[in-house]
Design a binder for this molecule. Structure first.
Ligand code: PH2
Ligand code: MG
Ligand code: MG
Length: 164
């Protein structure tokens, strides 16, 4: 059975919008068409030492790959698009985070699903409210509206390019 996969794309180095588009094209190669897409948001850098604003976007796919195959795919695309890992939460050309894999939980050294920091980050919750407002977080048992209402992140998140 195909399972839905919810990804967050983001980057704050280089041609940010073109890199988002390239990541999407690569993901479609492996996962098939995008089922749902959020607007592109321009977001203040959260955490770490970074100062440059990010572009972030949530994409939803419906695919047959396992969580570990999905991890290999996203790491390959990040590398292809010039990702260098120097600092945790440091500047990057492309980061693809696996937010949800259906309602499954995965807890491995190299992969935790649902993504453990969803509820701390407005740059994740605001696009999630746009595409999946009533989806219930499988661990917290709350929807994205409720998680956003309880989030005290003060980083700015604004629409960069609306999907509509
Ligand atoms: N990703 C990070 C760290 N900080 N800040 C924003 N605004 N957007 C991100 O995607 C982001 C971040 C680590 O993955
Ligand atoms: Mg990330
Ligand atoms: Mg990541």
């Amino acid at each position: 059975m195909k399972d839905y996969i919810v990804l967050l794309l983001g980057g704050n180095l280089g041609e940010r919008e073109a890199l988002l588009e390239q990541a999407k094209v690569q993901l479609i190669n492996y996962l098939g068409d995008v089922v749902l897409s959020s607007s592109i948001y321009e977001t203040e850098a959260w955490g770490g030492i970074s100062t440059k604003d990010y572009l972030n976007q949530v994409l939803v796919f419906n695919a047959l790959v396992s969580p570990n195959e999905l991890l290999e795919i996203v790491l390959g695309i990040e590398e292809l698009l010039g990702r260098e890992r120097i600092h945790v939460w440091g500047d990057r050309t492309m980061d693809i985070d696996i937010l949800y894999y259906a309602d499954q939980s995965v807890d491995q050294m190299d992969l935790v699903i649902p993504h453990p920091r969803i509820k701390e980050r407005k740059f994740v919750l605001i696009p999630l409210v746009e595409v999946l407002p009533t989806f219930i977080h499988p661990v917290y048992k709350k929807n994205h509206h409720e998680l956003l209402a309880n989030c005290d992140d003060s980083c700015d998140v604004k629409i960069f390019k609306s999907v509509k």
